[in-house]
Design a protein around this ligand. Sequence first.
Ligand SMILES: Cc1cc2nc3c(=O)[nH]c(=O)nc-3n(C[C@H](O)[C@H](O)[C@H](O)COP(=O)(O)O)c2cc1C
Length: 196
Amino acid sequence: MLEEIYSRRSIRKYTNEPISCSIIEKIIDAGRVAPSAKNRQPWKYLVYSGEAKVRLLSIMKKGIEMEEINPRLPLSVNGIPDAKNTLRIMENAPVVIVVLNTNGKSPFVQLDVDGRFSEMNDLLSIGASIENMLLKAEELNIGTLWIGNTCFAYQELMEYIGSTAELVGAIALGYKAETPAMRPRKKIEDIIVYFD
Ligand SMILES: Cc1cc2nc3c(=O)[nH]c(=O)nc-3n(C[C@H](O)[C@H](O)[C@H](O)COP(=O)(O)O)c2cc1C
């Protein structure tokens, strides 16, 4: 499955075909076996489709609208149009998976240094788990989009979900209705520094 590292793309257009629970489970199972700091496995995946997804995204829409009126992320207001675009993509995706850090606290709460390192390790672990899932989905010919724009509706979404965990983001999934080319990447020589 290593070729999927190179063939995966962010997919933002999906067909209406639903994704079966057994496929979703195969994808999440790939996330389940990812490495994690101290093997803490700090992830939880909430799978939304149908009416439940409609309700979730209506909450996200309200949150983004509130962000426009009264920004809680004042330095990121330029990102609101992109968040609205991401919301439309999620609305058209058959499945949205919400990603939680079960050891995390709300980013609106201050952390001490130890807490920051611990959170850093937990978020890296969750990133590894998400990437495993994206690659498994690619192997199964399912398109995915890794989403961080849930941050614009953080409080509304977490109140709705009813959890004190940390909302890390979401993943949209669906059968692909586009085949984008690889997006630009830095050159290998620009990211390596050798010491010997
Ligand atoms: C942590 C993270 C958050 C992201 N959030 C969003 C998002 O909210 N909306 C979106 O359209 N794409 C989002 N992306 C997708 C990136 O834009 C995409 O991975 C990047 O442009 C490279 O394109 P590729 O995935 O096709 O290689 C996110 C990716 C990552 C890793």
